[in-house]
Design a protein around this ligand. Structure first.
Ligand code: NAD
Length: 257
């Protein structure tokens, strides 16, 4: 199934999972807008190298005025957006909730939760005016469980699923489907940092944390970013036409509810 002629925005696509999602959608024909706080040139180059089309637009999803300026730039380029993947997110710090500075808590929720709301609020009208669209929010396996030392991140991802269900109900009449993916630990630079953070906070070695995270997964391994991108591709395609308000686990069997 092709995405030819579709315009897709992926936030946080300058690196990591977002770059893999952008590449996957571009390979299937979508015209990509890479929205990120950091330079997205490497992703744009990677998309063009596989024959796809992409442009980078700077956007700090956590700042209302920046998201509005970003949306204005999008409107200058196109009158319709078909696909929005809200992938931009931050780890937060490794802190017990009882030791959590308010500023750290608020920063994580601001980027991961409020940022998604702002982007949807500014971009969904470009879907509504064109008769519909697909939104995918990148949540996490910790949107399904608690995890010590990560209270801000966990809360932001649980809330993202609540917002996904609410948006699905609010936008269904406009022909917009809204779903989420919940990945387990994904191979890449970021997961190394996250495991180091846990090792330090829990008094374990990095090797112990990596072994434990693989062992507790039925498939005994971490997730590849392309495996997340493939599920996002499914959710933005016609193959998932009867699905909205859903959250798909991509966790190697670790989460089954
Ligand atoms: P990453 O740090 O490699 O990439 C995140 C991207 O988001 C970066 O390009 C960064 O510049 C961008 N970003 C950060 N703050 C931003 C802001 N305010 N505005 C715009 N862009 C911003 O992380 P990743 O591992 O690729 O994670 C991507 C998403 O997947 C995140 O939402 C993360 O919570 C989620 N996730 C990751 C894992 C994992 O193991 N890596 C697991 C589950 C869920």
């Amino acid at each position: 199934m092709t995405l030819l002629g579709k315009t897709a925005i992926v936030t946080g696509a300058a690196a990591g999972i977002g770059r893999h999602i952008a590449l996957r959608l571009a390979q299937d024909g979508a015209q990509l807008l890479v929205a990120d706080i950091q330079d997205g040139a490497a992703t744009v180059d990677a998309v063009r190298a596989v024959g796809g089309q992409a442009d980078y637009l700077k956007c700090d999803v956590s700042e209302e005025s920046a998201v509005q300026a970003f949306a204005a730039q999008v409107r200058e380029r196109t009158d319709h957006v078909d696909i929005l993947v809200n992938n931009a997110g931050i780890n937060g710090e490794a802190r017990l909730i009882l030791d959590m500075p308010l500023a750290a808590w608020e920063r994580t929720l601001r980027v991961n939760l409020t940022g998604t709301m702002l982007v949807v609020r500014e971009i969904a009208p470009l879907m509504i005016s064109g008769g519909g669209g697909r939104i995918v929010n990148v949540a996490s396996n910790v949107a399904r469980r608690g995890l010590p030392f990560r209270g801000d991140y966990v809360a932001s991802k649980w809330a993202l699923l609540g917002m996904t269900q609410t948006l699905a109900l609010e936008l269904v009449g406009h022909g917009i489907r809204v779903n989420a993916v919940c990945p387990g630990p994904v191979e890449g630079d970021r997961i190394e940092q996250v495991m180091e953070m846990h090792a330090l906070a829990e008094g374990r070695t990095l090797a112990d944390v990596r072994r434990a995270w693989s062992e507790e997964t039925p498939m005994k391994r971490l997730i590849e970013p392309d495996e997340v991108a493939a599920v996002v591709r499914f959710l933005v395609g016609d193959e998932s036409s009867a699905m909205t308000g859903q959250a798909l686990n991509v966790t190697g069997g670790f989460i089954m509810t």
